[in-house]
Design a protein around this ligand. Structure first.
Ligand code: NCD
Ligand code: ZN
Length: 349
């Protein structure tokens, strides 16, 4: 039994860092990642290059300008133009498609995806990746079916209209999404969170409702979770890690209409180590967190090193903010891995 894990420094290909006092409180929880794709669903959303640049500067200030590199995304709206893409390409790695009203702060998202075609074509020309929140919003579609329906109604037609566009189907939660990405070809990838690997809808709803396990896409059946574990640990091509760490204060999560999102970044690697070890696949963890994502995005793999050590079992603590505490996502087992060493490339002899 190994007691330390040494990895190429990992990346997080889907992260919510928020802004203001929340940014200051949650940013340290991601410091051990070398890079992260930072989501633009602020209030107001980050819809043009100037806003992206300003947000990037606030993140760099909050992370101390250290060894963490934010990779920025543009929030697509019905009003985004191809010219906006030209501007964004100077500062962004990707652009984000939120179907309007699909999730937190997505009211300004896209209502007519087909009308976005010229924008997506320009993204393909510029090499910007399209990050997709893959859920339909139709009131008549069951919340547990929204991802699967999105694949056939929205994503497949979109990809046919814009060949050559690189697309990431984010936070996959179903067997349907895994199958779709597996069949998709080199321009399509999918991310998986740590929390979707360890909880299913029983952990959300059986024996009492657990708001801290509520996120979107909502966690599905155990069979879906098991398929996600098999894909992540089995080395499925073009499938890699994105934490979708999405902090909300306890007052916002625990009310009668609680916000969706799990603040998982601080414990994500400890969770992944547990999951990969359990199925005897620790040798594949590095590819999931530090190789396949960089390869898909066409970015160099990191040079630095991260080390995890086995430790006494612990439960995650909350992070204090002036707006109230933020509970760190707690898996349904005690954690027994901790990050002990994180060295950026510059620090590596
Ligand atoms: C995210 C958030 O809070 O910003 N929430 C979530 O449940 N994942 C938005 C998102 O990625 O859907
Ligand atoms: Zn997200």
């Amino acid at each position: 039994m190994t007691d330390t894990i040494t990895l190429r420094r990992p990346d997080d290909w889907h992260l919510h860092l928020r802004d203001g006092v929340l940014l200051a409180a949650v940013a340290p929880g991601s410091a051990h990642f070398a890079r992260a794709i930072v989501m633009p669903n602020l209030v107001p959303p980050v819809v043009d290059a100037a806003m992206v640049r300003a947000y990037r500067e606030r993140i760099v200030a909050a992370t101390g300008g250290g060894s963490f590199e934010p990779l920025m995304t543009l929030y697509l709206t019905d009003g985004t133009s191809p010219d906006d893409i030209d501007d964004a390409a100077t500062v962004c790695t990707a652009a984000k498609l939120y179907p309007a009203h699909a999730t937190t702060n997505s009211a300004a998202g896209v209502t007519d995806v087909e009308a976005l075609t010229p924008v997506l074509e320009r993204m393909a020309e510029r090499g910007l990746v399209l990050c997709v929140h893959g859920e339909v919003t139709d009131a008549d579609v069951d919340v547990f079916d929204r991802e699967a329906v999105f694949l056939e109604r929205v994503l497949e037609p979109l990809r046919r209209r814009v060949p050559g566009l690189r697309v990431v189907l984010e936070h996959m939660s179903t067997r349907a999404a895994l199958a779709y990405v597996a069949d998709g070809g080199d321009d399509l990838a999918g991310t998986i969170t740590a929390h979707h690997l360890v909880i299913d809808r029983n952990d959300l709803l059986a024996g009492g409702i657990r708001p801290h396990n509520y996120c979107l896409p909502i966690v599905k059946r155990r069979a879906d979770r098991e398929a996600l574990v098999a894909a992540a640990t089995g080395g499925a091509p073009r499938v890699f890690f994105g934490s979708d760490s999405a902090p909300h204060t306890d007052p916002n999560k625990l009310g009668p209409c609680g916000a969706a999102g799990c603040f998982a970044a601080p414990v994500a690697l400890a969770i992944l180590a547990t999951v990969f070890e359990e199925v005897g696949a620790l040798d594949r963890l590095e590819a999931f967190v530090a190789e396949r994502g960089a390869d898909f995005y066409g970015l160099p793999r990191n040079d630095g090193v991260l080390r995890l050590a086995r430790c006494a079992p612990y439960a995650p603590a909350s992070v204090a903010t002036p707006d109230g505490p933020i509970a760190v996502f707690a898996p349904p087992f005690a954690l027994s891995w901790a990050v002990t060493v994180q060295e950026s490339a510059e620090a590596t002899p």
